[in-house]
Design a protein around this ligand. Structure first.
Ligand code: FAD
Length: 439
């Protein structure tokens, strides 16, 4: 019997999300003809992961509104989409990868955009029914099926994913308790004041927020007859036990502590990594023809001056796009990124960019609390350049500030206006105004 021949493509992309789609668009901007395959173990047309909480909360009700690109995207770009297919190994020596069904795929250039994997801590009796992570559309569908107005849920983790899960649940009437190990929710993206505003907001909506504590065990009770036929006796979740000894009754648990770079595949292929895959300024890994982008990599944080994973959607897309340009032969230097979060949880819009607190000597803070108790703004400066901003409740003009951070514009001439009502392009010196408006 002859061995099955490998499929061959000029470009192969593993991951069909922000970074993978960015790569397709980067490649096609340079190379209109090269063959491209995109592979994902998720079975869906490319969708916006941040929308899964809106799906759960029934704010997005049609599949097409979940899609990140129109239905004809792959065809339009001449891309072979291999969806619902898992890559199990990469042989960098012969430039070939293998799918779970045994299919071999040869590549000239490979892009690893495998994203993040949910971090699941060791918790007693976590394995089993009624416990979910919240990082995929499929997982959101499972939660949506199991949850309703009579459900009570414990969300473990008060970061971006946990709060978005909580929002979706609140929207459909679920009673939610958020348990966060740190001393405040949103602790990695917001300062103390902003976090407290969020906590108060959630409590006003009827949710409970417990900080400085964590879940150590899940309580389960054997029950029969409630599940699908053939599944037999199931141990349903009845509550959680916290480190403090406190117990909370609930019907479901969402583990939403965060994501870690999904590096398993690249690691076994011998690609160099630390916390995430290490890439150079062209998004190239330690292997000449293998690139990587998105939540799976660590990149240079231009504001904090360290290399670290920066798992947010716009960074994943931009890195993927830059990698795509380079893969196709257009030399493009990606200088790094910075943390930026734009979220609206239960009607409280927030934008945080870069640093959220002054980091010692040489930093300066400008703070403004709005007349409404739900509005607060802060800007952090170093050497007359903005290195961070927090906007809670009132996100007006956050876009202009983000642009100034991104391009590291000196703001000394108009610093006094930054958080005033007059702030806008009009207060910029003429040359800068022209340049910003042009941008
Ligand atoms: C609930 C939630 C809300 C979020 N909200 C926001 C937000 O408001 N703003 C924001 O900026 N960011 C948000 N994020 C983060 C954002 O979604 C990620 O930064 C972004 O999705 C990263 O894109 P990526 O392409 O790197 O990887 P991912 O989106 O993680 O996609 C990687 C893909 O690769 C597939 N894959 C992995 N391994 C294999 C394999 N071996 N074979 C085949 N396929 C594989 C995965 O299944 C997945 O489909 C949110 C994330 C979640 C989970």
């Amino acid at each position: 019997m002859t061995a099955k021949k490998a499929l061959k493509f000029d470009y192969v992309i593993i991951g069909n999300s922000a970074a993978g789609i960015g790569a397709v668009e980067g490649i096609r901007n340079v190379d209109a003809k090269g063959s491209i395959a995109i592979i994902s173990d998720e079975r869906y047309h490319t969708y916006s992961r941040p929308l899964i909480s809106y799906y759960l909360g029934k704010k997005v009700t049609s599949d097409s509104n979940m899609y990140y690109r129109p239905k004809g995207f792959y065809k339009h770009h001449g891309v072979e989409a291999l969806l619902g297919r898992k890559v199990v190994s990469i042989d960098k020596r012969i430039k070939e990868l293998v799918l779970a069904d045994g299919t071999k795929i040869a590549f000239k250039k490979l892009m690893v955009a495998t994203g993040g994997a949910p971090f699941v801590p060791p918790i007693k009796d976590l394995e089993g029914e009624d416990v979910y992570t919240f990082t995929t559309w499929d997982e959101a569908k499972k939660v949506a099926k199991a949850a309703g107005p009579d459900t009570t849920a414990v969300v473990i983790g008060g970061g971006l994913i946990g709060l978005k899960a909580a929002e979706g649940l609140i929207e459909i009437g679920v009673k939610v308790t958020i348990v966060e190990l740190a001393d405040r929710i949103f602790s990695t993206i917001l300062d103390v004041k902003g976090s407290k505003m969020f906590e108060t907001h959630l409590k006003n909506l009827g949710s409970k927020v417990i900080t400085g504590d964590t879940v150590t065990a899940i309580k389960r009770k054997a029950e029969s007859g409630k599940r699908e036929k053939g599944k037999g006796k199931e141990d349903r979740v009845t509550g959680v036990v916290l480190k403090s000894g406190k117990e909370i009754a609930c019907d479901m648990v969402i583990v939403a502590i965060g994501v870690v770079p999904n590096t398993a595949l690249a690691k076994t292929a011998g690609i160099k990594m630390e916390r995430g895959i290490i890439v150079d300024g062209h998004l190239r890994t330690s292997e000449k023809d293998i690139y990587a982008a998105g939540d799976v990599v660590e990149t240079f944080d231009v504001l904090r001056k360290v290399r670290r994973p920066q798992p947010i959607w716009p960074n994943a897309y931009t890195q993927g796009y830059a990698a795509g340009l380079n893969m196709a032969g257009f030399i493009f230097e990606y200088e790094g990124s910075f943390g930026m979060n734009s979220v609206e949880v239960c009607g409280l819009p927030t934008i945080t960019v870069g640093m959220y607190d002054a980091a010692g000597k040489g930093f300066e803070e400008i703070v403004k609390s709005g007349p409404e108790k739900d509005s607060y703004k802060k800007i952090i400066l170093k050497d007359d350049r903005i290195v961070g901003a927090v906007f809670v409740g009132d996100i007006d003009r956050a876009g202009i500030v983000t642009g100034l951070i991104k391009d590291r514009v000196k703001v000394s001439d108009f610093k006094k206006y930054l958080l005033t009502d007059e702030f806008g392009y009009a207060v910029f010196p003429k040359e800068l105004r022209k340049e910003r408006l042009y941008k």
